[in-house]
Ligand binder design. Structure first.
Ligand SMILES: [Zn+2]
Length: 381
């Protein structure tokens, strides 16, 4: 089976190995003549980035690059990016990278024509309607990892550099116009990033699948996304140049983010403040939290995971799935405890406070309170 496709759901996706070559025509289709490629510092000098800039330059589209993007991008990175965008006379953004490059690139396109501060567009109620939608620049997204799924998302996570709180900024037009999913771009990912990002995609699927809201489309996507991660992450981890495994993981990442329109849950509610306080890797943190959260949610989700286990070829219903998750984590050398990631008990009250106000709480199948979150953090520590 050739893993190539042109999809229009949830946005236009050009999927397949080598398709980064089609970036110039995607720019033209999106109305860009002078795009700004936004990526993080770590990626800026890698061959996949310089080769992509070469493709743009050869097509007469320049080689505009902004790379002052921190691993957890903040409002200062954003202001600098908007300035570079305006100074260079750009007319669109290519958001390139893992979560940080994708999220910041999307925000540069969003903010380049707004007059209000970015925090006015936090994902609360209808705050997004405050934005001037016509002033949002076109966005092309090119993922270089397989996990976040931000390439098919309508929001970005921006950290407030003063309060160290991660805020979700939402607008429907932040969904990229065109996505190029080229699995060859992920071949050079180090093994621990392959595992961490892949397990982030898995957490998106598991949490969307667990969420109580009615959304059968997302439910189906989450289930197949779990299967792809189960079958292909071990292969991509073992042999980074296995293009079939890399392609299936790239699909799973986009599917996880599509599915979590249905909701996330306690894993992400815990992982966001942990990441903000201890600067841990997002996907790895999720993986460490998952067994404790499955135990906690068991009364509400055991039936549903009976079906999932059957579909995934795991014996023993929910208990079998729970055991599989621990073995799966172990096979990628994921620590068993949050304390192994450097999380300390002394900061627990702060983590609980951060978790309780996290928007992900709303999708958990059992209502989260300060008491049960404290118990959950303790179980995961
Ligand atoms: Zn995530």
């Amino acid at each position: 089976m050739s893993l190539v496709g042109n999809w229009s759901y949830p946005t236009a996706i050009k999927f397949g190995a080598g398709r980064i070559k089609e970036l110039p025509e995607a720019c033209v289709a999106a109305g860009m003549k002078r795009p700004l490629l936004v990526t993080d510092k770590g990626l800026a000098d890698l061959p996949i980035t310089t080769a992509t800039l070469d493709i743009l330059e050869a097509a007469g589209l320049g080689r505009g690059l902004f790379n002052d993007v921190d691993p957890n991008p903040n409002e200062k990175n954003l202001a600098a990016g908007v300035e570079a965008y305006k100074a260079g006379g750009h007319d669109g953004v290519i958001a390139f990278g893992g979560g940080s490059g994708l999220d910041l690139g999307k925000m540069v396109a969003f903010m380049c024509g707004q007059t209000r501060p970015v925090w006015d567009f936090e994902d609360i109620g209808d705050w997004w309607t405050r934005a001037d939608a016509d002033a949002i620049a076109p966005i092309i997204a090119v993922p270089t990892t397989a996990g976040t799924g931000s390439e098919v998302g309508r929001a970005s996570v921006i950290t407030n550099s003063e309060t160290h709180v991660k805020k979700i900024i939402f607008h429907p037009k932040v969904l990229p116009t065109v996505v190029i999913c080229d699995p060859e771009l992920t071949v050079g990912m180090p093994q621990f990033i392959t595992a961490g990002t892949g397990l982030d995609a898995f957490a998106h699927c598991v949490e969307a699948f667990s969420s109580p809201h009615y959304h059968p489309m997302s439910q189906g996507i989450a289930l197949e996304g779990m299967r792809l991660v189960k079958d292909y992450l071990p292969r991509a981890y073992k042999d980074g140049s296995d293009i079939e495994a890399r392609a299936q993981m790239m699909s799973a990442a986009a599917m996880g983010a599509t599915a979590f329109q249905k909701g996330l849950g306690a894993i992400h509610a815990m992982s966001h403040p942990i990441g903000a306080v201890f600067n841990t890797h997002h996907g790895t943190t999720n993986a460490v939290c998952m067994p404790a959260v499955l135990d906690f949610n068991a009364p509400a989700v055991a039936d549903r995971f009976q079906q999932a286990a059957a579909y995934l070829g795991i014996d023993g219903g929910f208990d079998g799935f729970r055991a599989f998750v621990q073995e799966f984590n172990d096979s990628f050398a994921i620590p068993r405890k949050l304390s192994d990631l450097g999380v300390t008990e002394t900061r627990l009250p702060e983590l609980v406070k951060g978790a309780i106000i996290d928007p992900s709480c709303g999708g958990n199948p059992i209502e989260l309170t300060e008491d049960n979150l404290t118990a959950l953090f303790n179980a995961a520590l």
